[in-house]
Write a protein that binds this ligand. Sequence first.
Ligand code: DC
Length: 224
Amino acid sequence: MSHPIIAIDGPAGAGKSSVARALAERLGFFLLDTGALYRSLALLARERGVGWDDGAALGRLAGQMQVEFGRGPDGGRVFLEGRDVSAEIRTPEVSLGASHVSLHPEVRAALLPLQRRLAAAGPCVVEGRDVGTVVLPQAPVKFFLTASEQVRARRRYQELRARGVEADPGLILREQQERDRRDQTRSEAPLRPADDALIVDTSDLPLQGVVDRLERICRERLGL
Ligand code: DC
């Protein structure tokens, strides 16, 4: 691929989505949210009666799944088999399903060509967990965003409260620790920074400051 690709990986709550969206906008690149593919697969599996623990069937489904990204008045939209599923893939149930389906090697393998095909469309910011290590290791600019466990759990708590969802801060922290452990120890594409990724700790930085810093680095490295 000859066009610029920026990989942004890291755990949930590190600020990846907001930073990736703002960075793509500033650079005029499109945003490829790879988590939306795992979420779409979880939703499609539920609708087709395929269990989230059935790796082989999920792998087949992932190989046939049609997902497209578009734009709407309120930001990016996700279309699954031609249908706008942007809201449906963000429900707690589908989030849980996505974390299950993403554990299967068959699923990760089947989603690789789809992710690469989508990234081939033009200059893009690609957000995920294994973009810099597995999906697009040739990306010329790679970031790995992190934040302390406490800060990530607090952000999640505030996000839920803002949506009117009651939440228990202690439970959020414990569930997050469990998810981190699963993500970092899974045999297939465990969550870790690529050797040539720049690690950015966002614990004490406002979003704006993170985006400014990343934009400066991208422009320098890509000669924009
Ligand atoms: O980033 P997110 O919350 O939308 O991701 C949804 C799920 O998919 C999450 O459990 C992590 C997983 N995922 C993954 O395993 N690899 C990716 N490249 C992106 C997401």
